[in-house]
Design a protein around this ligand. Structure first.
Ligand code: BGC
Length: 911
């Protein structure tokens, strides 16, 4: 912190730090201000954007100078300078003023624009010459059921003068890995990321100035299958977008010091060959024969006489789009906690954590040709052998064939697995523990939150939710990473979204995915159940297939709503406005009376509740209740968003729709005595959460809910849909004690039951494994599905008490309100918002409570201090009324309410 006590940092453009190759023509800029002083506020800012760093330093603001703007805005400041063009490099910084007269200037940051016009691409799409497979006796020709041998491409070129800057733009139908001069370009894996290839294809931009040399250079590219041509979902065939042929697009642009520009693009002069990877597929795994490595294939000394020419193929008809979210990376590595030889030559490694990714294999002095087989699984059978039955058709098997001599280190390229255990076989002698390293792979969304408390099991429960998020956020939010599924299931994503946003900064990730969701919407306005959409087969949206299910398709409204609420992002609701209204209009067209009982698609209901009902397409009063409740809530959300967008007529229309549906809900499902006609926990939860009951019926409904829980001997029975509402609604209805009671149970069914039995991620179902029955039917039994982990939201919102303001989005104003429950002695959480980090931690000692909070500069909070009505509340040892930065505004039951300006506070009170 500088002497002025004011600092401005964390400059981001479209949520990303120094992004390259944006195609958002009017990007938004954000920063945070930091100050230890209570009440520090930004009163003005000035953003300057220039085309070179020198100009930024000299104050020659040739792109944009906002001038001094009197405002406390630090997020989503819309660029308003000269129109941005392809390849623009924008250097920027911000200067801020606070209310005490201090000023601070940020370090410089940068973003660059990508290729905005179709004509910017001179490179041609190329594919392999099929001759490379035919002439290679070991190579495998890909079929609709068998993954084939990936292609290597190379191109040699000369650069005559000194280089100023080199940028490479790359895309593929398939997955690419690029090298220049034998050095890896970027650290991304699985690029370009998954989209509906019939609608758009991503490209990536990399600054490769440090990789390109004056003189001779070589670009090498490896091209794999991925979502484009490999297995996706549970389908029996590959190539879900219609083609087995992968193709590559690379455009390297070199700016020379003398101002000349050189472009090296893929075309028929690139050569291709097969390489050491014999086959590779996300679900099936990778086979790699290290004896086939052509040393230096991507270097300048390599001749490659027998390489064949690449083949130019037709460019896709759809637009190329810049990737706008964090790339997938190896984010972490982990070492095994144990290795066990269960049978002669069969070694089981335990990573101690269920992860997504792969193994880095490290071997020494193994004879050439040794075939090492790695199989992956989430659990072990009782006899200690690997349990793989629940992977269904996914083989999840990697094979490494050694080249022999010295040390060999290998990782697969175009596959990933969901696993905690690895079975290693094929070695002539016992491998050491260091033969296996787990590589944790996921979209590199920045960490945002941390939670811990005095109960080790609950802390682990939170961590298990975080791990399931990490393991499943792989370019899109998937249901599970291990079996032959891994789809962007919308119901799972929406119930977990608030939890996800506390755990990680998921703004860019969901902004990207929401485009996939809209791409998958049918012409009639039906949102899908999974996104991105897959072509053909039973996944074909519009063929009465995967679309329109209540609680799943409704994510098309819930995602923009939540990203707006959590990140203050208005653009996402503007962008998807038409899509959201088309969806509601479609529901209404088919259900004019306000009860949503028709056109419910696969109609999953409260998926995996107890007793479970996993029938599809069937109807029941509970499913109608659930669907109607979601429709009402969609309408209420649209009414509120319409107001935000200044669409008053639509605000009225959707408010009226909400009221109509609410009335129909009460008529159909609410009985005179305040009970619902469908008596499940989820029915009561939805009625409460979505405000579907008359005010005077709410308290009774909450009592019926509690009675239901009590009748099950204080156990939960909700499935995916009800679970995220369970503890929040109990708490808000005055039954926090019941919420804590449910949280702390560890017998079946409960959140802590899996934790007690060693879970390191969230299980798909409450009974994934039980002492009584062992593993559930492997046909649908993942140990890594985040939905039931949506209790993470409650841990942040109500246990630590970090909650959104009911009206103001984006956490510039927020609520701090912890509910202290029996069974925990302390709980603390931190949460990095768009405005900086909020922290809240409490500790109780008998009836004494100490509560510390941190409120970021330029924000304020309504702090609800837990305290007995007649007791004294202090802050920093002084009566709270005297504390600087605080204003006591009243009391609500066992909470003293204070308006708190930014800064750190320590409250003491009696419970
Ligand atoms: C998936 C889900 C999904 C569900 C729909 C399952 O196969 O794994 O998590 O939401 O189908 O009912």
């Amino acid at each position: 912190m500088p002497a002025t006590g004011l600092n401005v940092s964390r400059l981001r453009c479209e949520y990303l730090v120094a992004p390259l190759g944006l195609d958002e023509r009017v990007p938004r800029l954000s920063w945070i201000i930091e100050s230890d002083r209570r009440g520090a506020r930004q009163i003005a800012y000035r953003v300057r954007v220039t085309s070179t760093p020198e100009k930024l330093a000299a104050g020659e603001n040739d792109c944009w100078d906002s001038g001094r703007v009197g405002s406390n805005q630090t997020t989503h400041v819309v660029y308003a300078g000269r129109p941005l063009r392809s390849r623009d490099v924008c250097h920027w910084c911000v200067e801020v003023w606070d209310e005490a007269g201090h000023t601070a200037r940020s370090e410089a940051s940068v973003w660059t624009m990508g290729l905005l016009e179709k004509g910017d691409w001179s490179a041609r799409w190329i594919a392999a010459d099929p001759g490379i497979i035919k002439r290679d006796p070991e190579a495998i020709a890909a079929t609709m059921t068998e993954p084939g041998t990936p292609t290597l491409f190379r191109k040699q070129f000369d650069i005559t003068g000194p280089i100023k800057r080199a940028t490479v733009y790359a895309s593929a139908r398939g997955l690419f890995e690029l090298n220049i001069g034998g050095r890896r370009v970027g650290q991304d894996v699985f690029a370009p990321e998954w989209t509906d290839y019939d609608k758009r294809i991503h490209y990536r931009t990399y600054d490769v100035t440090s990789l390109v040399n004056r003189g001779r250079n070589v670009i090498g590219a490896m091209l794999g299958d991925g979502w484009w041509s490999g297995y996706v979902g549970w389908q029996a065939t590959r190539a879900r977008y219609g083609s087995l042929e992968n193709s590559l697009l690379v455009q390297l642009e070199v700016e020379l010091a003398d101002g000349k520009r050189l472009t090296i693009g893929t075309d028929g002069t690139w050569t291709c060959n097969t390489g050491p990877i014999l086959s590779s597929d996300f679900m099936m795994g990778e086979t790699y024969d290290a004896r086939r490595e052509q040393v230096g294939w991507d270097g300048t000394d390599f001749v490659g006489r027998d390489w064949l020419s690449g083949r130019e193929v037709a460019a896709p008809a759809v637009p190329l789009i810049a990737q706008r979210s964090e790339p997938v990376r190896v984010v972490e590595t982990s070492v095994p906690v144990s290795v066990n030889e269960i049978r002669p030559g069969v070694f089981i490694y335990d990573l101690g954590q269920n992860i997504s990714g792969w193994v880095r294999l490290r071997l020494k002095n193994i004879p050439a040709g040794t075939r090492v087989v790695l199989r992956h699984g989430e659990r072990l059978n009782p006899d200690g052998a690997l349990y793989t039955e629940n992977l269904r058709q996914a083989k999840a098997t990697d094979v490494y064939i050694c080249k022999g001599g010295g040390e060999e280190v290998w990782e697969p390229h175009f596959t990933f697995h969901g696993f905690q255990y690895v079975e290693l076989t094929g070695l002539p002698f016992a491998p050491g523990k260091d033969a296996v390293t787990g590589c944790v792979v996921h979209s590199a969304t920045p960490p945002a939150g941390h939670f811990e408390c005095s109960h080790a099991g609950v802390s682990r429960l939170w961590l298990n939710g975080l791990w399931s998020q990490r393991d499943n956020f792989i370019t899109v939010p998937t249901d599970c990473p291990q079996r032959d599924e891994r789809l962007g299931w919308m119901g799972d994503a929406q119930v977990f979204l608030r939890t996800a946003s506390y755990n990680m900064d998921v703004a860019a990730f969901f902004t990207k995915w929401m485009i996939d969701v809209e791409d998958a919407q049918t012409a009639d306005g039906i949102f899908p159940d999974t996104a991105p959409r897959l072509r053909e087969g039973e996944n074909f949206v519009g063929l009465d297939g995967l679309c329109g299910a209540a609680g799943w398709a409704d994510a098309g409204v819930i995602v923009p709503w939540t990203i707006w609420r959590v990140y203050g992002d208005k653009r996402i609701i503007e962008r998807h406005w038409q899509a959201m209204t088309a969806w509601l209009d479609w529901i209404e067209r088919h259900n004019p009376a306000g009860l949503r009982a028709r056109e419910l698609g696969n109609n999953y209901g409260d998926w995996l509740c107890i007793p479970t009902d996993t029938t599809f397409r069937t109807h029941s009063p509970m499913k109608n209740l659930l669907a109607t409740a979601y429709w009402a809530d969609d309408a209420a959300k649209l009414a509120r968003m319409a107001r935000e967008l200044g669409r008053e007529t639509e605000a009225k229309r959707f408010q009226a729709m909400f009221e109509k549906v609410r009335t129909a809900f009460q008529k159909e499902f609410l009985r005179e005595d305040g009970r619902l006609t469908v008596e499940t926990q989820t029915a009561y939860l939805l009625a409460l959460a979505f405000n579907l009951l008359p005010d005077n019926a709410r308290a009774r409904a909450a009592e019926h809910l509690v009675a239901n829980i009590q009748a099950l001997d204080w156990h939960l029975s909700t499935g995916f849909i009800g679970i995220s509402h369970l503890n929040p609604q109990l708490t808000l209805a005055g039954h926090a004690d019941v919420a804590y009671r449910l949280l702390l149970r560890d017998d079946y069914p409960s959140w802590l039951y899996p934790v007690k039995h060693g879970a390191t991620t969230i299980w798909e179902r409450w009974n994934g494994w039980t002492e009584k029955d062992g593993f559930f039917n492997p046909q649908m039994n993942s140990f890594n599905h985040y939905s039931l982990g949506s209790v993470g939201e409650w841990l942040f919102r109500h246990v630590a008490g970090i909650e959104l303001d009911p009206e103001v989005p984006g956490f510039q104003k927020f609520v701090l309100r912890p509910f202290i429950g029996d069974g925990l002695d302390f709980a603390r959480a931190s949460y990095r918002t768009m405005h900086g980090e909020i922290a809240s931690g409490w500790k109780r000692d008998g009836s004494k409570l100490a509560w510390s909070v941190r409120i970021p500069a330029n924000t304020m909070a309504m702090a609800f201090v837990p305290s007995r009505p007649d007791s004294a509340v202090t802050e920093g040892g002084m009566p709270v009324e005297k504390a600087a930065g605080l204003r006591v505004t009243g009391r609500e039951g066992n909470f003293l309410i204070c308006e708190a300006t930014s800064g750190a506070y320590t409250f003491a009170s009696s419970l």
